[in-house]
Design a protein around this ligand. Structure first.
Ligand SMILES: [Zn+2]
Length: 242
């Protein structure tokens, strides 16, 4: 029994559709992986922002303590000043107090500055958290849509696989080995339509005698790329109804 162009065209269509569906099926997990990596990065950014803000807060607290302790020292010096025994001691204490007050004033400026900085850092933490939450929500949404699509894709693959099995069941025995071998190594690229006189797989010209053989429903492969060739619908001879 011969193999008609119509049969090969049908097989080619099913193989291409299956390949397309399998591509789409593989895309889902890749998208998930990319989105998960994105969320991981946002988690890292958030943790980093938090730890920077925390360190700034601790440094500011440290300065506050320092300020308090310095103020206590100044108060002590003030007491000593009031009970100074000599003019020399009085002068020394006064200078010491002035120097300590100056140091404290610098410290106060630094504390004010660090408060502004902490506020900025806290804004950055909130922004990082918002980005993280948005990323997580998108991941959940993506997962849902991928699962939904996957169900549809699986259904289509199942339906097309059954269609393929049916189409393959009608393959003539002497043809099956060539077909199986080509499909195994080339997938959907195992077949190509002849457009005009050109193999649509590799764009090589097909000799007229090969086209004549196809008109007679003989098995013809492209000499250049090895694809199994078939004629377009409007040029293919039809099987007579049995
Ligand atoms: Zn070719």
């Amino acid at each position: 029994m011969a193999m008609t162009s119509d049969q090969i065209r049908t097989l080619h269509r099913i193989h291409r559709q299956l390949e397309h569906l399998e591509d789409r099926r593989a895309r889902g997990p890749r998208q998930m992986q990319a989105q998960s990596a994105g969320v991981k990065k946002l988690e890292g950014d958030h943790a980093q922002a938090k730890s920077v803000a925390q360190a700034a807060r601790m440094a500011a607290d440290q300065k506050q303590l320092q300020l308090k302790s310095n103020e206590g020292k100044i108060e002590d010096l003030q007491v000593k000043l009031n009970t100074a025994n000599s003019n020399k001691e009085y002068q020394a204490l006064k200078e010491q107090i002035a120097a300590d007050k100056m140091a404290n004033s610098v410290l106060e400026d630094e504390i004010l500055e660090s408060m502004d900085k902490i506020e900025e850092l806290q804004v950055a933490v909130r922004q990082a958290q918002e980005r993280l939450e948005k990323g997580k929500a998108e991941l959940v949404k993506l997962e849902g849509s991928i699962v939904e699509q996957l169900n549809l894709i699986e259904g289509d693959i199942k339906r097309l696989s059954a269609e393929l099995a049916q189409a393959e069941a009608s393959l003539p025995d002497d043809f099956r080995a060539t077909y199986d071998r080509l499909v195994k190594s080339m997938g959907a690229d195992a077949m190509a339509e002849v457009e005009g006189e050109i193999c649509s797989g590799c764009f090589t010209r097909i000799p007229p005698n090969k086209i004549s053989q196809m008109m007679l429903s003989h098995e013809v492969t492209c000499l250049s790329c090895g694809r199994l060739l078939y004629l377009p619908e409007d040029r293919a001879p039809k099987l007579k109804a049995q």
